[in-house]
Design a binder for this molecule. Structure first.
Ligand code: ZN
Length: 84
């Protein structure tokens, strides 16, 4: 899940929609942490396990749901950044 969230956060932050949001390392990490707190963990120990989970999570329905949580995390961090 963390891998997926990092990829999506990096992707979203480069988009025109989030141009006005701070993209520093601190905010990016806060967004990732906040998103992960609201998403279930999927720990895996093998490469096959990882493939299976990614396949499971990578459906249109799940991506929509994951994106929604990440977007709300971007807005929370954008509104209350943990730095000046
Ligand atoms: Zn920042």
């Amino acid at each position: 899940m963390e891998e997926l969230v990092v990829t999506i956060v990096n992707y979203l932050m480069t988009g025109p929609e989030y141009q006005t949001f701070c993209k520093c390392e601190k905010c990016r990490k806060d967004i990732i942490a906040l998103s992960l707190n609201t998403l279930p963990n999927h720990y895996v120990t093998t490469a096959e396990g990882r493939e299976r989970i990614i396949e499971q999570l990578n459906t249109t329905e799940n991506r929509k749901w994951i994106n929604k949580r990440i977007i709300s995390a971007i807005h929370v961090v954008g509104k209350y950044p943990q730095h000046q």
